[in-house]
Design a protein. Structure first.
Length: 239
């Protein structure tokens, strides 16, 4: 094991002592429910993980990051992704950005819970796809049989939303309206809500076409920021 990995592990261990730990809800720590996936949790605060990532991202290699991602410790994985984001954001070299994206895609088996997906994918994969006209990277994931791949595809469109482009978000949400898992419905609704924050007219036009097909979870998230009367119209099906 490299010295930098040992230093990171020691830093996270110090941050997880009881007086510093901010423990997650029980279902989260034990791997039961929507976040789990069986990781071991140290109870390190996310702000502290970001501090560690800022200190070490320039010193750690992709090979060493792969060790942390494969570790089985949630905090190691999340810290590794924070460092990967920093590497991606700091480099100006196109070949290095592509190498980071390829690394991200290669390590998808370890990016397999809500926290890890939402912390990383739109900042790396979504941004790269947008800036390099590589929409197929997200589209291919959206047609995967793996639920987390679909979620990565959907959340990756956040970068498009921030730039005022909504076509991929609408395409992926429509594709996954009949998905069986509530996590997808939450992701779909969250992205539609953010689309509405940018352009309410786009959201309302989409809702008017599809709201009757939406699972209730998706609809509730999507209409969260609309005015009360309009929300009630959608919930009661009177539009």
């Amino acid at each position: 094991m490299s010295n930098v990995i040992k230093e990171i592990q020691e830093a996270l261990a110090v941050l997880s002592i009881p007086e510093k730990a901010e423990f997650f809800p029980k279902f989260f720590k034990t791997g039961k429910g929507e976040y789990g996936e069986g990781d071991i949790f140290l109870g390190v605060k996310v702000p502290d993980q970001r501090i560690v990532a800022k200190e070490y991202y320039s010193r750690i290699s992709l090979k060493e990051l792969s060790v942390l991602l494969a570790s089985g410790f949630h905090e190691y994985r999340l810290t590794a992704l924070f460092m990967l984001i920093s590497k991606f954001e700091k480099t100006k070299v196109a070949e290095e950005k592509k190498e980071i994206v390829d690394f991200y895609l290669k390590n998808l088996p370890y990016i397999n819970n809500w926290d890890l997906v939402d912390s990383s994918c739109y900042k790396i994969l979504g941004r790269y796809a947008f800036e390099n006209q590589q929409e197929h990277l997200l589209r291919d994931l959206s047609y995967s049989d793996e639920m987390w791949h679909k979620r990565i595809a959907v959340v990756g469109t956040m970068h498009y939303i921030k730039k005022g482009f909504f076509h991929l978000t609408k395409e992926f949400v429509t594709t996954n309206l009949s998905h069986t898992h509530d996590l997808m419905h939450k992701a779909n609704g969250w992205l539609l809500r953010e689309m509405g924050n940018k352009n309410e007219g786009e959201l309302i036009a989409y809702l008017n076409k599809y709201y009757k097909e939406m699972p209730r979870t998706c609809l509730r998230y999507a209409i969260e920021k609309l005015d009360e009367e309009l929300r009630q119209d959608y919930l009661k099906g009177r539009i």
